[in-house]
Design a binder for this molecule. Structure first.
Ligand code: DGJ
Length: 686
């Protein structure tokens, strides 16, 4: 075997990712950056000496998938304990195969019957590389996997890098931070069973010189909705890398002989056009390749939660539905409180049939009324949860995550069902399938309102610490099966707002309920952070009563119109002027939503946002004066994303100019504090 010929180049529209086996047999990353003219222009994987007797060659190389073994001391992607207690992996090249956009490299351990396939897939139009691994135990004895990441991503050597990431908490999600990476390991993670409000499984990295519009940016995200980990490491040789995958904290997986384990996919990309372009690549990929229903913009919904809380019945909901329909709302969503014995958050979760007191004839009569009013009907559920005060819990107390010697910690008076149990999966599929079969339901909001505690179960099939992964596999199975049986239903992922927003859940859900915080000013920041990774079509945004009387209704609408518009206020209390104005904005949004939801997003100054249709003929611009830190009553923004040679007109400016000219000019909008404006942009046909 001529090892030095083993070299692979994955090219996307604007980037390239190259790796190969060096003469010592290591799988090395040799390039990740701007696409070059010829394939022969990319560097080959090199050799490196170690550093004295203290750093082996592995410590100074950019290994694609370093494993714990030999003299390797940085963050590995894989750590295994063999049945005989040996904790040392020696993986070497075995074979490979490839198709147009995919490459698979198989490595084998030099002694133990273990094989690993490192998979690569190029998503050409999106400048993204997808990576995942499979581990096979071909022996007879079980092994224990203690860590299995999806990928390690290396950045060009010898630069100082900055990491951008998103963090937060309930009602305060998606704060964007950017910080210098220095020697050591910076960890972002979730230990909460879901991807969580705390950190989001997404990153951007730049060399300190990138802006929204310029500069090299490397970015990535993990498609996993459970415990995850991102380790950004700067080694003692100033090499910077990011590893991503299932969290190894409290994790172990017993892989029996003949079994395999597949990691979730990690995605990463490169652009030389700044943070904005990095976001747009991810947006397009999520919109066009990931979410179940790409081509149609979402309907404008009304959700009754903030109006009626648990106090729902046919009469109260019908009154709200009538007003919503008269305003132009297209989808009426009945939130929490509709199911058996659900009068507060103390009881009912698990019993997924209509409460006979509130809905004596089931949901049908309400759904029929909603449909007669010309709207679709949507419903809230929280399948993974159970209240101790429920028929489900009384019949199956052992279905919850728990340790038998510990009292389960309640949060919002509820426990978490063990989604890894097949009987729990069957119960949920049966109950939700029946709801969807018996009722004309077009939309489901899938909620999850607490984080984990006591992550135990009575009879785990393997290592008890497999629960973190088996739970998510169970969740995906239930959601996947329901999606298969009801392909037209639109699903929304909610976990007390934005606690489960990730590329994994977006293969099942079309939308994310981004935050329970519906104050427009807070939302501007939350939506800004969310937009770093996720497209506007996935961002459900309601106008509620949160700022009623404090901020103009137009401002509140403009903020929510930046995503998938919804209304969540108590319409029974809105005066005629408010209803009229809301009707106007709803109708205006209908004319713009194709651009907002299916187009390209450009983040401008002061949370102002511009969207352009895919053909760049039409655009819409939202400009906000959100108070601090703006000192004057004029907001200055510079347009982006116009085609330089195309002639455009921008609403409110009595001129037509080339895209180039518009983009080189600073546009001044006289807006007092908490005023905002919408401007349409059109290509001018000469
Ligand atoms: C949390 C969600 O984020 C809210 O929108 C609402 O659905 C409540 N749960 C209902 O309990």
């Amino acid at each position: 075997m001529e090892i030095s010929k083993l070299y692979w180049v994955l090219e996307t529209c604007n980037s390239a990712y190259c790796f190969g086996i060096n003469d010592d047999g290591y799988l090395i990353n040799s390039y990740w950056g701007k696409r070059k003219n010829n394939k022969t222009d990319y560097p080959l994987p090199g050799q490196k000496e170690g550093w004295a007797s203290f750093d082996s060659p592995a410590n100074v190389l950019q290994e694609e998938y370093p494993v714990y073994g030999g003299g390797f001391h940085h963050e590995p992607c894989l750590k295994i304990t063999f049945a005989d207690g040996v904790r040392d992996l020696v993986l070497r090249y075995d074979t490979d195969w490839s198709s147009k956009n995919e490459i698979a490299i198989q490595l084998r351990d030099s002694y133990y019957p273990i094989r690993l396939i490192s998979h690569y897939r190029a998503h050409y139009d999106y400048d993204l590389i997808e990576r995942w691994v499979e581990v096979f135990n071909e022996g007879n004895e079980p092994i224990t996997i203690e860590r299995i990441f999806s990928a390690q991503w290396h950045f060009p050597e010898q630069q100082q890098y900055f990491l951008s990431h998103l963090s937060g908490k309930w009602s305060d999600e998606f704060h964007l931070s950017r910080e210098a990476l220095t020697s050591g390991v910076k960890v972002l993670e979730s230990r909460r069973l879901t991807s969580s409000h705390h950190h989001n499984p997404w990153f951007m990295v730049d060399a300190g010189n990138a802006t929204e519009t310029h500069g090299e940016v490397w970015f990535g995200a993990l498609a996993w909705s459970g415990n995850w980990k991102l380790a950004a490491e700067v080694t003692n040789f100033d090499m910077t890398r990011i590893s991503m995958g299932i969290n190894d904290w409290d994790f172990a997986w017993r892989l029996n002989g003949g079994e395999n384990f597949v990691s979730p996919s990690a995605f990463a990309g490169y652009t030389e056009n700044g943070f904005g372009q990095a976001s747009r690549s991810l947006h397009s990929f999520i919109r066009e390749q990931l979410i179940p229903h790409e081509s149609k913009p979402h309907k404008i919904l009304y959700n009754s939660w903030e109006a009626t809380l648990f106090d729902v019945d046919e009469i109260s909901q019908t009154r709200l539905a009538e007003i919503a329909a008269s305003m132009g709302v297209e989808l009426f969503v009945l939130d929490d409180g509709w199911f058996y014995n659900r009068n507060s958050d103390q009881s009912g979760l698990g019993d997924w049939w209509p409460d006979p007191v509130k809905f004596p004839h089931g949901l049908q009569p309400l759904i029929q009324k909603v449909n007669q009013l010309g709207m679709d009907f949507g419903l809230w559920i929280e399948p993974e949860m159970v209240n101790p005060d429920s028929d489900l819990y009384r019949s199956h107390p052992n279905w919850i995550l728990h340790f038998p010697t510990r009292k389960p910690t309640l949060a919002r008076n509820q426990c978490i069902l063990n989604m890894a149990l097949p009987e729990v999966q069957t119960y949920l599929i049966e109950k939700i399938d029946r709801l969807l079969k018996e009722n004309n339901i077009a939309f489901i909001k899938w909620d999850m309102n607490r984080n984990v505690s006591e992550p135990g179960w009575l009879h785990p099939p393997g290592d008890p610490k497999e629960i973190w992964v088996r739970y998510v596999q169970g969740l995906y199975r239930v959601w996947g099966e329901l999606r298969l049986r009801h392909p037209d239903v639109i699903w929304q992922s909610c976990s007390g707002g934005g606690g489960r927003a990730d590329l994994g859940i977006l293969s099942f859900a079309d939308q994310i309920w981004v935050s329970d915080n519906t104050q427009a000013l807070a939302r501007l920041q939350i939506q800004h952070g969310f937009s770093m990774a996720y497209p506007a079509i996935t961002m459900e945004a309601w106008v509620t009563d949160a700022d009623r009387g404090k901020l103009p209704l137009s401002f509140r609408f403009h903020v929510s119109m930046c995503g998938s518009l919804g209304i969540g206020g108590n319409l029974l209390q809105w005066c005629e002027d408010e209803l009229d104005e809301a009707t106007y904005w709803i109708s205006r949004y209908k004319g713009l939503r194709e651009i907002i939801q299916l187009g390209e997003q450009y983040r401008l100054e002061y949370y102002s946002t511009q969207y352009m249709s895919k053909d760049y003929q039409h655009g819409v611009l939202f400009v906000f004066n959100a108070g601090e830190p703006v000192q004057t009553n004029s907001i200055k923004v510079r347009l982006q994303g116009l085609q330089p040679d195309v002639i455009y007109e921008v609403e409110g400016f009595n001129q037509i100019k080339s895209g180039q000219d518009w983009m080189s000019e600073v546009l001044v909008f006289p807006l007092a504090e908490f005023e905002s404006t919408i401007r349409e942009i059109h290509k001018k046909i000469e």
